[in-house]
Design a binder for this molecule. Structure first.
Ligand code: KG4
Ligand code: ZN
Length: 327
C-alpha cells in the first residue's frame, strides 16, 4: 500500500492506493475559499494552509482506508512542478512519515501524476496512447509509450488552457476559481454568438496559444456590451475547446494513435469531454477519460505514478529538494 501526498498548488490531498491501483481513500481539501478574496492563489498563504491541513488530511485518508501507517510500504509525494513553498510542505511531511517508519520515499513528477490517474482501477488504460494534459499550469500533447513517463510533442506557447479559463472568468467578473464558474455561465449561452480567434490552428505542428484569446475577450467585453455575458462565456469556452480538440486530433491522425486520453483539471469540463467524444468517434479512436475528481489535483494520481517511479530507499531522501518548474 502506498500513501500519496499532493500539495503543489491549492489542494491539500492525501490518498491510499494499492500496488495494483485500487484507490482505498482519496481525500482532497481545497483551499479555494481561502484564496478567493485575492482572485487567485497566493503562494505564501497556500504554504501556510498546507501546513495546517497536511496532517489531518493524511490522518483522514488512513482512517477512510481503514489502515494505520504500519500497513504502508512506501510514501509518495509530488516534488514538482508547482509552488515551491507549497511543495516543500508536502515533501517535508512525506519525508517525516517515511523516515519515522523506515519506509522508502517516492518523489513524483506532478505531470506524470496527472497521466497516472489513467492507470488506476477500475478501468486502467494501458499505454501506448496519446494524451492531452490540460491543467491550470500546463497544456501539453504527450506521447505515452509506457507507464513510467511521457514525451511532449506539442503544447501551449503561452497560457495554459486552465489559465485561459481562469483569466476569462476574471474578465467576466466570475471570480476565482474560474474554470467551473465559466462553464456554468456558458451553459446558458450561445457558443456561436461571438467569433473568437483560435490562434495557431492555421500553422503546422501541435503548438497552442491562448494569450490572444484572452485579449479578444477583453475587447469583446468593452466593444460589445450588448452581447449577453453567457453568450460571450459560451463562445470563449468553445474557442478553447476547439483549439484543444483540433490540435490534439491532428496529432492523433499523424501518429496513428488508437487511444486518446484527456487529463488535468480542464478535463472536468463537460463541453470539452463531449467535443472530444464526437471527434474521437469521427476518427475511430478510443477516448479515455477519468472521473472528474481524478482530473483535478489529487493524491491518488500521485500514489499511482509512484507505482512506476524509482523509490529512494530509507534514509537516502532526507536531502531531497522540491522543484518549481519542469526541466
Ligand atoms: O490539474 P489542476 O487541478 O491543477 C493544476 O495542475 O493546474 O487544474 C486546475 C485548472 C484550473 O485552471 C481550473 O480553472 C481548471 O483546471 N478547471 C476547469 C474546470 N474545472 C477546473 N476548466 C474548465 N472547466 C471546468 N469545469
Ligand atoms: Zn495538476
Amino acid at each position: 500500500m502506498i500513501l500519496g501526498i499532493e500539495t503543489s498548488c491549492d489542494e491539500t490531498a492525501a490518498a491510499v492506493v494499492t500496488r495494483d491501483g485500487a484507490v482505498l481513500a482519496n481525500v482532497i481539501s481545497s483551499q479555494a475559499q481561502v484564496h478567493a478574496p485575492y482572485g487567485g492563489v497566493v503562494p505564501e498563504v497556500a504554504s501556510r494552509r498546507h501546513l495546517e491541513l497536511v496532517v489531518p488530511v493524511v490522518e483522514q485518508a488512513l482512517a477512510e482506508a481503514g489502515v494505520t501507517l504500519a500497513a504502508l510500504d512506501a510514501v509518495a509525494v509530488t516534488e514538482g512542478p508547482g509552488l515551491i513553498g507549497a511543495l516543500l510542505v508536502g515533501l517535508s511531511a512525506a519525508k517525516a512519515i517515511a523516515f519515522a517508519r523506515g519506509l522508502p520515499l517516492v518523489p513524483v513528477n506532478h505531470l506524470h501524476g496527472h497521466l497516472a490517474a489513467l492507470y488506476l482501477q477500475p478501468e486502467p488504460v494501458e499505454p501506448p496512447f496519446l494524451a492531452l494534459l490540460a491543467s491550470g499550469g500546463h497544456t501539453m500533447i504527450l506521447d505515452v509509450t509506457d507507464h513510467r513517463g511521457y514525451r511532449s510533442i506539442g503544447g501551449t506557447l503561452d497560457d495554459a488552457a486552465g489559465e485561459a479559463f481562469d483569466k476569462g472568468a476574471r474578465l467576466l467578473g466570475l471570480g476565482y476559481p474560474g474554470g467551473a464558474r465559466l462553464e456554468q455561465l456558458a451553459a446558458g449561452g450561445d457558443p456561436a454568438a461571438h467569433a473568437f480567434p483560435t490562434g495557431m490552428l492555421g500553422r503546422p505542428g501541435y503548438d497552442l496559444s491562448f494569450s490572444g484569446l484572452k485579449t479578444a475577450l477583453r475587447y469583446a467585453l468593452a466593444g460589445h456590451p450588448d452581447v449577453p455575458r453567457a453568450d460571450l462565456a459560451a463562445s470563449y469556452q468553445a474557442a478553447i475547446v476547439r483549439a484543444l480538440v483540433e490540435r490534439t486530433a491532428a496529432a492523433v491522425a499523424d501518429t496513428g494513435a488508437s487511444t486518446l486520453a484527456v487529463v488535468g483539471g480542464v478535463a472536468r469540463n463537460t463541453a470539452l469531454r463531449e467535443a472530444f467524444a464526437v471527434r474521437c468517434r469521427e476518427l475511430g479512436v478510443r477516448l479515455a477519460l477519468v472521473a472528474p475528481e481524478l482530473c483535478s489535483d489529487n493524491a491518488a494520481m500521485i500514489a499511482s505514478a509512484a507505482r512506476y517511479t524509482d523509490a529512494i530507499e530509507f534514509p537516502g531522501y532526507l536531502g531531497r529538494d522540491a522543484y518549481a518548474t519542469a526541466s
